[in-house]
Design a protein around this ligand. Structure first.
Ligand SMILES: [Zn+2]
Length: 331
């Protein structure tokens, strides 16, 4: 292997947002962990026709690596059988995930495309009522994707995922309603809640709901929005250093180069004080959607204690210092 391993300032880095659908298998996945110097990784399973299969696959793979791989379970929707007021069956899935040693839950149901294709129900609708109640009962952490990148809603150039959908604000309203109803809900809003262009609003959200976190899984514009106002972003990330978790969106189908680029771009953003050009395909879209056309990123030079929280400790607080033991299969 000819690629340099990444060197972090923090020891034992944890990636809070990754995927492992089985495109390449465990050996390649472990190589990705090696090249990115990732000690532990959280595998998120999304909703869709393969959800149950992928969950089984992930649990099988992690059985041999019980210290390193966390897993968050997705929902298997029975659309067609279900209607707006009979999502009660979802509560059983939360319980099953808990009993089968998943470390938490993943929801992609706040994403416009998922809303259209998989589960056409609002997060604050009756369909999810029993789900949220059981999540609270079991105190399970949830990683939740709400809305989509800021640029998708550009008035003159809307993205195909977002067009014909309600405004971005309507998706935000749903999760605010859920949080009002369940203020103890421990939720990590993926991709910085697609709100990195408005850090004041992010701060209001954090102040209002102490159990809300963000992850930093990059999307076409997240890193630019942070890097374009380095002083403000730095101040925000230091003040809320216990609320933000490093995440890459790496998946086992990524080449080692791509996976490394995803991690290294974030490392440079957090740790360095340099202006740098990100590896373009690390955003999985070409060309990079820089909001202003400036394709350079400015490192934020975060202090070591903030780095330790963001890159390791916060995920341990959110889930646990170690993945749950995979005991269910052994019984
Ligand atoms: Zn993801």
């Amino acid at each position: 292997m000819n690629i340099d391993q990444i060197h972090w300032k923090t020891e034992g880095v944890v990636d809070a947002h990754a995927h492992f659908p089985g495109k390449e298998g465990i050996e390649h996945f472990l190589k990705i962990l090696e090249i990115t110097s990732t000690q532990q990784i959280n595998v998120l399973v999304g909703p869709g026709p393969r959800t149950a299969k992928v969950m089984d696959f992930v649990m099988e793979q992690r059985a041999a690596h019980p210290e390193r791989i966390y897993a968050f379970a997705g929902i298997c929707h029975k659309i067609g059988e279900a209607s707006l007021d009979d999502g009660a069956y979802l509560a059983q899935q939360v319980e099953d995930a808990y009993l089968n040693n998943f470390d938490g839950l993943k929801m992609l149901e706040g994403k416009p495309m998922t809303r259209r294709k998989v589960a056409p129900f609002a997060l604050d609708s009756d369909y999810y009522r029993a789900y949220w109640e059981r999540v609270i009962e079991y105190d399970m952490p949830v990683t939740l994707h709400v809305a989509d990148p800021i640029s998708f809603w550009e008035v003159d150039n809307p993205h195909k995922y977002a067009e014909d959908m309600d405004s971005k604000e309507s998706f935000y309203t749903e999760i605010y309603n859920v949080l009002e109803r369940h203020p103890t809900l421990r939720v990590s809003l993926a991709h910085f809640f697609f709100m990195a262009n408005d850090l004041k609003r992010c701060a209001d959200l954090f102040d209002r709901f102490p159990n809300v976190r963000f992850d930093t899984a990059p999307n076409p514009d997240l890193m630019f929005h942070l890097a374009y106002k380095p002083e403000e972003s730095r101040e925000f990330l230091i003040k809320y250093a216990d609320r933000v978790m490093y995440g890459t969106d790496i998946n086992d189908g990524n080449s080692l180069y791509l996976a490394r680029a995803k991690a290294e771009n974030l490392r440079l953003l957090f740790e360095s004080d340099i202006r740098y050009e990100p590896v373009q395909n690390s955003f999985q879209e070409k060309p990079v959607r820089s909001p202003t056309g400036d394709h350079m990123l400015q490192g934020l030079a975060l202090p070591d204690d903030a780095l330790r929280k963001i890159c390791r400790d916060n995920f341990h607080d959110f889930a646990a210092p170690l993945p749950k033991k995979n005991l269910a299969k052994a019984v």
